[in-house]
Write a protein of this length. Structure first.
Length: 195
């Protein structure tokens, strides 16, 4: 039992919001008094807000679907994470590459939603949860011109070879030559390499 510092009533621990900064791990006022206090001020502490409506998609979502924002009244950004990430991706494509959403979607459709190199199915990072399937806009570092959409692995691979076709051909030749020689068994030597 704990005494509420506002109404002075003794109540069970379940009648208090959690607050790890207090010695007992609970707020000083009970939930009823806390709600009354914040309702009078026109805002609620984050721990009391279970859901929120996104101002972009209009969906009511759990507050775990929103990024924190200490400057807003409710402690969360106005757009859900999905809309926030989508807007940031759209802004990034436009500002960095001069690519509109329509042009991006057309390019993606032409590539059948697959990486232009390895043909792995591409997904928005927020959907895939895996960085390897995330979409990367590949562009020429000299001209800035967009070449296509790649998976993270292929995009990093091009970067590692400094976008040099000669280096990539040399790497492909090396792989072809090295597979003709028998591999020393190791965790990195795959059976398919010896076929």
């Amino acid at each position: 039992m704990k005494q509420c510092k506002t109404c002075q009533t003794y109540k069970s621990a379940n009648d208090f919001y959690k607050n790890p900064s207090h010695a007992d791990g609970l707020w000083g006022s009970c939930k009823t008094c806390t709600r009354r206090h914040y309702a009078a001020k026109g805002n609620l502490p984050k721990s009391q807000i279970a859901s929120k409506v996104c101002n972009r998609c209009g969906q009511n979502k759990s507050t775990s679907e929103f990024y924190s924002n200490s400057r807003s009244k409710d402690g969360f950004r106005p757009r859900c994470k999905e809309c926030h990430n989508d807007d940031n991706a759209r802004f990034g494509r436009a500002s960095r590459y001069g690519l509109t959403t329509s042009e991006f979607e057309t390019m993606l459709k032409q590539q059948e939603h697959c990486c232009a190199i390895c043909r792995k199915r591409l997904e928005h990072f927020k959907d895939s949860g895996r960085r390897e399937n995330a979409m990367n806009i590949d562009h020429c570092h000299l001209t800035g011109k967009v070449r296509g959409i790649l998976c993270s692995g292929c995009n990093r691979g091009l970067g590692a070879f400094r976008d040099s076709p000669d280096s990539l051909r040399a790497a492909a030749d090396y792989l072809t030559r090295s597979t003709a020689v028998s591999c020393i068994p190791s965790a990195h030597c795959h059976e398919s390499a010896n076929e």
